[in-house]
Design a protein around this ligand. Structure first.
Ligand code: A2P
Length: 261
């Protein structure tokens, strides 16, 4: 054991050490935690993480793992809710702090919950891009699909920075860089601030405004955002003839609510 590992030894049960914190805007931040040696997960899954509450009980919320399954640390992407019980405190974590992580990954935004298909749409709003940040760094996604279309709708241009940085970084990714540049298409949209592509993804899909063939039976869709986005996208998928999938019964699309605070 070297000095670094001795310093970062967790002291709380299930606690992990913060290794990196990045503030993207005054409402959004990402952070990395040490990874329990025994933790295995499938790209797109979430875990419960949190802090000790004042009553001495753990205050936990579901967070998608944003890092790829081969990464040494675990990355998370979060909103900051000023009066949110957890995120009002979590936004102040610093390198070396301890965060509770229950190492039981679960979730439906996994490739195994989808039937084989040609195009895969990953539709996110806000922090809903987190599970897709893991998936687009997984070689399996490019082995299974001819085309992967990542859409990210946010209010303002600055809210897109995490996703854009992720996608830009893929070019240098030794594992998936080549396949991602051939197969991944990134479609960022904003709804409140001017940008090259404006509008809600739901409207853009319904109006066939993306310059892509309409959603059809050979397409697969993963959806992660607010309840309203999820419901609207579910209706769009069903109108295209797709059936909702699950781990136990793979289908044409899968949905999960993004963590909201
Ligand atoms: P809008 O600005 O029109 O509400 P939030 O920051 O509230 O989580 O929203 C993130 C993004 O999701 C915003 O751009 C928001 O657009 C968009 N959004 C909210 N509801 C829906 C919906 N039902 N369908 C598509 N996009 C939505």
């Amino acid at each position: 054991m070297n000095e670094m590992t001795a310093v970062s030894t967790p002291v709380l049960p299930d606690a992990q050490t913060v290794t990196e914190v990045k503030h993207w805007t005054d409402r959004l931040f990402s952070f990395r935690l040490s990874r329990p040696a025994s933790l295995r997960f499938r790209s797109g899954e979430f875990v419960m993480i949190g802090l000790m509450g004042e009553t001495g009980r753990a205050l936990l919320r579901a967070y998608s793992i944003a890092s790829p399954s081969w990464d040494e640390t675990l990355e998370f992407y979060s909103i900051k809710v000023p009066d949110g019980p957890l995120t009002s405190r979590l936004q102040h974590i610093a390198v070396g702090d301890q965060v509770i992580l229950r190492p039981k990954p679960v979730g439906t935004l996994v490739l195994d919950a989808l039937l084989p298909g040609k195009r895969l749409f990953l539709v996110a709003t806000g922090t809903g891009i987190a599970p897709f940040a893991s998936l687009v760094r997984d070689p399996d996604i490019y082995a299974r699909y001819d085309e992967v279309i990542l859409t990210h709708t946010c209010r303002d241009v600055a809210d897109l920075a995490y996703g854009r940085t992720l996608v830009d970084g893929l070019a240098e990714d030794l594992l998936v860089g080549e396949e991602a540049s051939a197969k991944l298409r990134y479609i960022p949209t904003t709804t409140r601030e001017a940008s090259p592509r404006m509008g809600r993804i739901t409207d853009l899909l319904r109006e066939s405004a993306l310059g892509l063939p309409d959603l059809g039976a050979d397409d697969r869709v993963m959806i992660c955002g607010s309840l309203a986005l999820n419901q609207e996208m579910k209706a769009i998928c069903e109108a295209a003839g797709l059936v909702e999938g699950a781990n136990s019964a793979p289908g044409g699309f899968v949905v999960e609510k993004a963590f909201v605070g």
